[in-house]
Write a protein that binds this ligand. Structure first.
Ligand code: FAD
Length: 451
């Protein structure tokens, strides 16, 4: 055991992406050893597999940040190790002997489209957002072996959030790249994203209408002004509400113009249209928004035929055997504390807690919770430097954490023998995988043609 391994506590962090790597950074800065379990070869999570690949600079920057957090002598990285498959949840919390377990495993299950029996048609006319974006981000790599999707003219997307905007863009880029290529024009997804479809066509003296493309349509169950493309400030005034609604409309209009996307508001899918075992469309009902809710209008049903439906209505955490659920989320007592109610000493951080968010939210959530866990659960670090939320006098959070804090103060640090026992298990797993050190591993598992 090296001198770096003499920490008082050892934490397990499940997931190595934004939330997981930030937690590792905070915990190791106080001398806690971190074992980071990551299901994939590379730890970049939704940065690599969610954020579409036209975000070239942002993806590179976040990869580098994650690398610098995980390439640390107090971090023991376990790639290719999935909780619930390679390591059982109960085994992790009962047998490994960690001081604390942080779940930073994000939201990787698409929320099921609420249409009866629709999941029978996955890959038979229906595709969900997560596999679609994964394919889009990796499809040009020689080693890619996953499913391949043929984007169809007239594709319809069910959604309304920021991710669904990326989905409609992906579809348009595929359609226009192919149509322009058929005319001998070489363009790229990067050029289409940057300049927009009409501008790229114009640079080749083409009217996009001439290409006869049946553009993609985004269906949303509420109004354009209700789309969560911009958030209301806390306790928003009427004026602030209207301003945010105007921003939402502006974002949508820009997407529609720049990428030739069509939009239908106040349409909720209610039924599948099926022919010969394939989904060939959806039945919608029109809605009216009342008190923020989409209320169906009786007698307004209509049928829309298409060869491809993409569902982009949000992501939720995946089921992991042994982890108890509360609705579609894990059984956390409160997103602010991230405390898992199923057993003591387990916390959630980042996307896994709410099922939604962005890079900044995951990062901040992980930072704040990891600092509080350090201070209030592991008893490390002075209050003034560790928990700004406490300092800001957030009494509600303070009260919520009091019972946690009381439990923690009794928690003894791990002995050298206990630490050795954990690290022996870690090293055994690393040997099985062929992992020696972080940088060499990343080099080995990064496809040479990764975009
Ligand atoms: C299409 C799309 C576009 C987006 N665009 C933006 C954007 O423009 N700007 C922005 O800020 N945000 C964007 N986001 C959101 C952003 O990417 C995420 O909010 C953020 O990256 C989540 O970070 P995280 O660490 O909480 O979760 P994740 O990135 O999901 O990380 C979870 C990690 O846990 C691992 N894991 C999962 N299950 C297990 C398991 N059982 N065992 C071990 N490991 C496991 C995963 O492999 C992953 O590495 C977008 C998301 C999508 C889907």
């Amino acid at each position: 055991m090296s001198s770096h391994d003499q920490g008082r506590h050892v934490a397990a962090v499940v997931g190595g992406a934004i939330a997981g790597s930030v937690a590792a950074e905070v915990l190791t800065s106080a001398g806690v050893l971190c074992v980071v379990l990551e299901q994939n070869d590379r730890p970049y999570g939704k940065i690599e597999d969610g954020l579409p690949r036209w975000h070239v600079k942002q993806r590179k920057l976040e990869y580098e940040r994650i690398d610098s957090r995980l390439d640390h002598p107090c971090v023991h990285f376990l790639p290719r190790t999935r909780l619930g498959r390679d390591i059982d949840f109960r085994e992790l919390i009962e047998q490994w002997g960690f001081s604390v377990v942080l779940l930073a495993n994000g939201a990787w299950k698409d929320r099921p489209l609420p249409v009866e029996g629709i999941d029978e048609y996955v890959c038979k006319g229906l595709v969900y957002q997560n596999p679609l974006i994964y394919w889009f981000n990796h499809k040009n790599e020689k080693s890619y072996t996953g499913p391949r999707y043929e984007i169809q003219p007239g594709t319809i997307v069910i959604g309304g959030g920021l991710a669904s905007i990326d989905v409609v863009k992906v579809i348009q880029f595929e359609l226009y790249e192919k149509a322009l290529c058929a005319r001998g024009i070489d363009t790229s997804m990067l050029e289409l994203e940057h300049k927009g479809v009409p501008a790229v066509c114009a640079s080749h003296q083409i009217d996009p209408g001439e290409l006869m493309i049946d553009d993609c349509t985004l269906y949303y169950r509420r109004r354009a002004v209700d789309m969560p493309l911009a958030q209301f400030p806390e306790n928003a005034s009427q004026e602030q509400i209207e301003k945010t609604q105007a921003v939402r409309k502006k974002i949508l209009t820009r997407v529609m113009e720049k990428y030739r996307v069509r939009f239908k508001e106040c349409h909720a899918p209610v039924g599948a249209l099926v022919e010969n075992g394939r989904l060939v469309g959806l039945r919608f009902i029109q809605t009216r928004v009342e008190g923020g809710k989409a209320v169906p209008l009786p007698g307004s049903e209509l049928e829309v035929y298409t060869s491809l439906v993409v569902s982009s209505i949000g992501s939720i955490p995946e089921l992991i055997p042994g982890i108890e659920m509360k609705g579609e989320l894990y059984k956390f007592s409160d997103p602010e504390t991230g405390e898992y109610m199923g057993c003591e000493g387990v916390f959630g951080i980042g996307n896994v807690v709410t099922g939604q968010g962005n890079i900044m939210i995951s990062q901040k959530h992980s930072q704040q919770l990891s600092r509080r866990i350090l201070e209030n659960y592991l008893g490390l670090g002075p209050r003034d430097t560790v928990s700004p939320l406490f300092e800001n006098g957030e009494e509600v959070v303070r009260q919520k954490l009091e019972p946690v804090k009381a439990a923690i103060q009794k928690k003894p640090p791990l002995s050298t023998a206990q630490i050795s026992c954990i690290l022996e298990r870690v090293q055994r797993r690393q040997r099985e995988i062929g992992y020696k050190n972080y940088r060499d591993w990343i080099k080995k598992v990064t496809p040479p043609d990764l975009e």
